[in-house]
Design a protein around this ligand. Structure first.
Ligand code: FPP
Length: 246
């Protein structure tokens, strides 16, 4: 089994994003309720954050709750919010010890006030940390993010703050939730589904995609290493030819 030592430290993805999928099916396989899967998913979050920090990945973004997830049964939404609050509370010390800076993207104002408060506290307490930036996507939807950016830019055009001629990729970037993040280099999705599910649509334009047939609660160090090794074996051409890269 591969370990963190097998990763080439000179060719690391700068920004890794993860669609943590399969908690519900993991629980169902065991004859348990879906929330049991989410509870066990927290351990995979801990391990993945820890392993990415050990590897010195600079940016890790986790899809923890989508705008569409609000449509799930009330009990499931409540459990996810409670897990978020309890995990933030429990992990603050570990985040700090590992020099990790927490941030969040999404419609944070739509979260329950307890979750907003806990989130704000951990973000503020880790804001001076200089190691990995861990970003939680919460009540996040990429189309909503783009819609908001378009609206903000349109208002600036209307008020003569921006000229339409000056709207370029950089301007769009600065109006996205992710304005403080670089583009995604490696996107991992667990559970065997081959979908993007409204996650970072703009930011994954040139990301390498990695799909793994493992439910999120079972995702461990060797799975992460396999994803990174796969990334390291690919040629990223960004539209150029192989010859041009050499
Ligand atoms: C997808 O599995 C998972 C989620 C919607 C939530 C992810 C949340 C966690 C891992 C726990 C809490 C997170 C943090 C950051 C502390 P699914 O429910 O869609 O699974 P299914 O596709 O099998 O139904």
């Amino acid at each position: 089994m591969n370990t963190l030592k097998d990763v080439n430290a000179d060719k690391l993805p700068k920004h890794v994003a993860v669609i943590m999928d399969g908690n519900g099916r993991w629980a169902k396989q065991r004859g348990k309720l879906r929330v049991f899967g989410h509870q066990n998913g927290v351990e995979a979050v801990r391990k993945t954050v820890e392993n990415c920090a050990k590897l010195q990945i600079q940016f890790l973004t986790l899809y923890a709750f989508s705008t569409e997830n609000w449509k799930r049964p009330k009990i499931e939404v409540e459990t996810l919010m409670k897990l978020l609050v309890s995990s933030l509370r429990k992990e603050l010390k570990t985040l700090d010890k590992n020099n990790i800076k927490l941030s969040a993207i999404g419609n944070i104002n739509s979260l329950p006030s307890k979750a907003q408060k806990e989130l704000a506290e951990v973000i503020s307490k880790t804001s001076e940390n200089t190691g990995m930036t861990l970003t939680l996507a919460l009540s996040y939807g990429s189309r909503e993010e783009i819609e908001l950016a378009v609206k903000e830019i349109a208002i600036k055009v209307k008020n003569n703050i921006i000229s339409p001629d000056n709207i370029d990729e950089a301007v769009i970037n600065t109006h996205l939730y992710t304005h403080f993040l670089p583009d995604v280099d490696l996107l991992i999705r667990t559970s065997g589904e081959h979908r993007i599910s409204n996650f970072l649509l703009w930011q994954i334009a040139y990301a390498e995609l990695y799909f793994i047939d493992v439910f999120w609660p079972d995702f461990r160090e060797h799975h992460l290493v396999e994803a990174i090794l796969s990334y390291q074996n690919r040629e990223r051409r960004f539209g150029k030819t192989s010859e041009q890269l050499n």
